[in-house]
Write a protein that binds this ligand. Structure first.
Ligand code: B16
Ligand code: MG
Length: 214
C-alpha cells in the first residue's frame, strides 16, 4: 500500500457521528406525515443524499403519496432545518481525541488529507467541531451533481489535494461510499458500520491504525 499518497475521509460515521440527529429529524417529519420510521430504517440512509433519503422515508408510507417536486423539496428543507438545530449543539468534544490525533499524525507523515462527504452541511459540522483546519481540502454535497455511489465527490477531493485517484485511500462507513471509492479507482477502506462490507478492499478496525497502514 506504499502507493497511497493522499487520504480522503467520509465525514458522517467516520470523523464523528450525527446519525442520531438525522434519525430524530427524519422521525419528526415522518411522525407528522403518519409514517412509521424506526432506527433500523435510519440505517438505510447512511451515506445516501438528502433527496434520496427522503424518497426512502416516503416509500415507508402505508398510504400512497403523490407529491410534486416542490413539495418534496419543502419536506427535505423541513427535515434539514430540524437537523441543523441539532447540529448547532455540536462542540469540539464530539470528535474523539483519537480522531484528532490520528489526523495530526498523518499530516506530520506528509499525507494531504481531504473530506469527501455527501452532506451539504459538511462545512457547518467541521466548523462546529473545529475540525476544518485538520484538512487540506473539502469536497461535499454542494460541489457535486451525482451522489455516492457515484465517485464524483471523491474524484473532486482527490483533484483538490493534487493526488491521482489510484494514489488515494478513502475511509468510509457506508456501502454506497465504498462502491464510490472502488468506481473512482481508489483504495476503499471499510470502517465502523461498514467494516464487514465486502465492497471494502481493506478493513480498518481502529481509527488510529491508519497511522501505520500505508
Ligand atoms: P445532508 P456522509 C451523509 O454524510 C450522511 O451519511 C447521510 O445520512 C446524509 O443523508 C447525507 O450525508 C446528506 O446529508 O442532508 O446534511 O446534506 O456519510 O457522506 O459524510
Ligand atoms: Mg458516512
Amino acid at each position: 500500500m506504499s502507493n497511497i499518497k493522499g487520504i480522503i475521509f467520509d465525514l458522517d460515521g467516520v470523523l464523528l457521528s450525527t446519525d442520531r440527529f438525522h434519525f430524530l429529524a427524519w422521525k419528526k417529519l415522518a411522525d407528522r406525515m403518519g409514517i412509521t420510521f424506526t432506527e433500523k430504517d435510519n440505517e438505510r440512509l447512511r451515506g445516501v443524499s438528502r433527496m434520496e433519503s427522503l424518497e426512502i422515508v416516503l416509500s415507508l408510507s402505508e398510504k400512497p403519496l403523490t407529491l410534486s417536486e416542490e413539495e418534496k423539496i419543502a419536506l427535505a428543507t423541513e427535515k434539514n432545518d430540524c437537523y441543523r438545530e441539532y447540529l448547532k449543539t455540536l462542540t469540539p468534544a464530539d470528535v474523539a481525541d483519537e480522531v484528532r490525533e490520528t489526523l495530526a499524525e498523518l499530516r506530520k507523515k506528509g499525507y494531504p488529507l481531504a473530506v469527501g462527504s455527501s452532506s451539504k452541511n459538511t462545512r457547518f459540522i467541521l466548523s462546529q467541531t473545529e475540525l476544518t483546519d485538520a484538512f487540506d481540502a473539502i469536497a461535499d454535497g454542494n460541489d457535486i451533481k451525482n451522489s455516492k455511489p457515484d465517485p464524483e465527490v471523491f474524484l473532486k477531493a482527490a483533484a483538490l489535494i493534487g493526488t491521482a485517484p489510484e494514489n488515494c485511500a478513502v475511509i468510509e462507513d457506508a456501502e454506497a461510499g465504498l462502491e464510490a471509492a472502488n468506481r473512482g479507482g481508489m483504495l476503499s477502506v471499510a470502517y465502523a458500520s461498514a467494516v464487514d462490507c465486502p465492497l471494502g478492499k481493506v478493513k480498518l478496525h481502529k481509527f488510529s491504525d491508519l497511522v501505520n497502514m500505508f
